[in-house]
Design a protein around this ligand. Structure first.
Ligand SMILES: Nc1ncnc2c1ncn2[C@@H]1O[C@H](COP(=O)(O)OP(=O)(O)OP(=O)(O)O)[C@@H](O)[C@H]1O
Length: 261
């Protein structure tokens, strides 16, 4: 983090953000056919009685992220990390509060949709086009993307359909595609956890480069080591609330004390 606010350019401002999921048929037995039938017989009633359950996943989170920062998101399972990232990416509406972003944030999750029946090669092209790269740009970066992914280290896998890849190989290719482009705000959800150690080191290096190129990087990870190696600031979420926001070392130490991890 820079020392003063003066030269810092904000890239993401979250202002009292609340995210609520609505789940149909979430309450015990309410998704069953008999429950549906009894609802029809009873007539239309309030949301709760129709079996819509609300999950308040993010509760009043506020922070400002600046250009050049790499920010880690930590917290135990279900604490709201992925939900917050998806809201920043504009994929989820806020119930209350607002998210302001400078430029288009890109969310890279291990579940990012690539086409499993198409070859790795076709997916590199499609992924590049989906990120707004031109065909020429993709062509000129193609080899770098394949080399970075390491997919071809053990043979010519890039010309095979992606369904033949292991989950780690798929995640590496997704990361390599996303990292080929300079992003204003790049958000990475657990991508590093799926690669092997060699690939993790390579991707951590790339995250550092992306930061230098003036973007902001968010990283969700359960690996405190990955967070320590790549981030200078950490947001700790618990039950949807922001428990701590500060320098990596301070926050991770407090987190480790609390969770014993
Ligand atoms: N699509 C959804 N519909 C309903 N509830 C959801 C949905 N996705 C997440 N949730 C709920 O929102 C809360 C936060 O989930 P989220 O995935 O954001 O947590 P997380 O911190 O990323 O967890 P993890 O570390 O396990 O990946 C949880 O209670 C979860 O059950």
């Amino acid at each position: 983090m820079a020392d003063t606010n003066q030269d810092r350019v904000p890239t993401v401002i979250a202002d009292d953000v609340h995210i609520v999921y609505r789940v149909n048929g979430g309450a015990g037995g309410k998704g069953s056919a008999t429950a549906a039938l009894s609802r029809i017989l009873k007539g239309r009633k309030g949301e709760k009685e129709r079996g819509v359950r609300k999950v308040h996943a993010v509760r009043g989170v506020s922070f400002t992220a600046y250009r050049g920062e790499a920010i880690g998101l930590i917290g135990t399972n279900g604490s709201g990390k992925s939900t917050l990232l998806r809201a920043i990416a504009g994929l989820l509406p806020t119930e209350h509060g607002k998210v302001y972003t400078d430029g288009q944030p890109s969310l890279l999750g291990v579940n990012a949709a690539l086409m499993s029946d198409l070859t790795g090669e076709r997916n590199v092209i499609l992924g590049g086009l989906a990120m707004g790269m031109s065909r020429e740009e993709i062509k000129s970066r193609y080899q770098d993307i394949v080399d970075f992914s390491g997919i071809n280290e053990k043979g010519d896998f890039i010309s095979l359909p992606m369904r033949t890849y292991s989950s780690g190989m798929g995640a590496r290719l997704r990361f390599a595609i996303a990292a080929a482009k300079q992003h204003d705000v790049l958000m990475i959800d657990e991508a590093l956890a799926t690669g092997d150690r060699k690939f993790q080191i390579r991707s951590e290096e790339r995250i550092r480069e992306l930061r230098k190129e003036a973007g902001t990087v968010f990283l969700v990870s359960h690996s405190n080591k990955s967070i320590r190696d790549t981030c200078d600031r950490v947001l700790w979420l618990e039950r949807g609330e922001l428990l701590m926001d500060g320098p990596t070392d301070e926050v991770i130490k407090a987190y480790e004390r609390e969770t014993g991890k």
